[in-house]
Design a binder for this molecule. Structure first.
Ligand SMILES: Cc1cc2nc3c(=O)[nH]c(=O)nc-3n(C[C@H](O)[C@H](O)[C@H](O)COP(=O)(O)OP(=O)(O)OC[C@H]3O[C@@H](n4cnc5c(N)ncnc54)[C@H](O)[C@@H]3O)c2cc1C
Length: 324
């Protein structure tokens, strides 16, 4: 069993966790960042990487994917240890340290824990006909557009993500077909119009009945459209059917949890000593769940954690602009 020893364990690599990783480095803390998703970026990466965000301070407009890249770059100057694709399962206290066990058996041994778990772990809604194809041609989200260059891509879903990915993949894929089980879409009408205007093929009232291929990968997708079988060439299927989110194991760590949020005080401390929370998962009266809020909370949490770990440390770290 591998054990990673750090000063601070950050649970959740969304925007709040990534900024906290930068800030913890600035405070000289050795940090590990765990996320159950295989990519950093939290809700942004999973749900809206192609959308422009207009309310991040200093950026009149920034594409979700670009904000995440910049956050990772900012954190990387302190070389946090990323443990991606791993869920944080159990937390125990051993000699004034925390042992957090991840799925797969690895353990993180940390002096303090910062929970930036957002709305919880994402579980993609499954595409039943895609059983066995995940990672072999079927994906639930698109961290890298380039992977799909020159592919025939079938996107399944009728929400914003499905239409955003249709827009983003259209210029580089050989073909993009969007398949939805109804004729009505949840996506923003303006985005639907944009996709239609590009001439992306949209097939409605359709169910995916089979994915077919061989050891080399996926070759085709079979649909049932009004009872008729339609076969499309496809080397990739994006099953964009949405996610369910659940705080999962963290719920049983002895914190004060209300409606999937963890109650914190003004220092972002939870009901347990040396366990802090920030971002969407942290709750207090008047809370507003925004990326900008998470950034501020991350700085507050990490500075207070620095003092909790070393009572001689200053709460105010000085200004980064004065750092060498
Ligand atoms: C479609 C959409 C558009 C939005 N647009 C905007 C906008 O324009 N402006 C804005 O400010 N906000 C916007 N938001 C909200 C914004 O995305 C969130 O406020 C922000 O992502 C919260 O960041 P976070 O880091 O706190 O949590 P999240 O982004 O939710 O990240 C939490 C991470 O924790 C991980 N995690 C949870 N539990 C565990 C566990 N047990 N083990 C390991 N990993 C775990 C999850 O996998 C996830 O990656 C939007 C949200 C959506 C869905």
């Amino acid at each position: 069993m591998t054990t990673t020893e750090v000063d601070l364990l950050i649970i959740g690599a969304g925007p709040t966790g990534l900024f906290a990783a930068y800030y913890a480095g600035f405070r000289d803390l050795r940090t590990a960042v765990v996320d159950s998703l295989p990519e950093a970026g939290g809700q942004i990466t999973a749900m809206y990487p192609e959308k422009q965000i207009f309310d991040v301070a200093g950026f009149p407009s920034v594409r979700g994917r670009d904000l995440v890249t910049a956050l990772v770059e900012q954190a990387d100057q302190w070389k946090p240890t990323y443990l991606l694709g791993r869920r944080a399962l159990t937390l125990s206290e051993v000699d004034d340290r925390f042992h957090v066990e991840l799925d797969g058996g690895a353990v993180v041994d940390a002096g303090a824990v910062l929970i930036t778990a957002g709305i919880g772990e994402f579980t993609p809604r499954p595409l039943p006909a895609g059983n066995g194809w995940l990672g072999r041609g079927m994906v639930h989200f698109v961290p890298s557009l380039e992977v799909h260059r020159d592919q025939d891509v079938v996107i399944v879903g009728g929400g914003d993500s499905a239409f955003d990915w249709a827009l983003a993949l259209h210029p580089i894929a050989t073909s993009v077909t969007l398949v939805h089980r109804r004729a009505k879409f949840r996506a923003m009408p303006a985005t639907v119009r944009q996709v239609e205007a590009l001439g992306v093929r949209i097939i409605t009232d359709a169910q995916v009945t089979d994915l077919r291929g061989d050891d080399d990968g996926l070759h085709e997708v079979e649909l049932s459209v009004g009872g008729e079988s339609v076969v499309l060439p496809a080397q990739a299927v994006v099953a964009a059917l949405g996610f369910t989110a659940d705080l999962g194991p963290i719920d049983s760590w002895g914190l004060e949890v209300d409606h999937r949020s963890i109650t914190v005080d003004t220092t972002m401390r939870t009901a347990r000593d040396k366990i802090y929370a920030a971002g969407d998962v942290a709750a207090y009266p008047g809370k507003v769940k925004l990326i900008a809020t998470g950034f501020g909370e991350a700085a507050t949490a990490v500075n207070n954690i620095a003092v909790a770990l070393d009572p001689d440390a200053h709460l105010f770290p000085g200004h980064s602009s004065n750092a060498e």
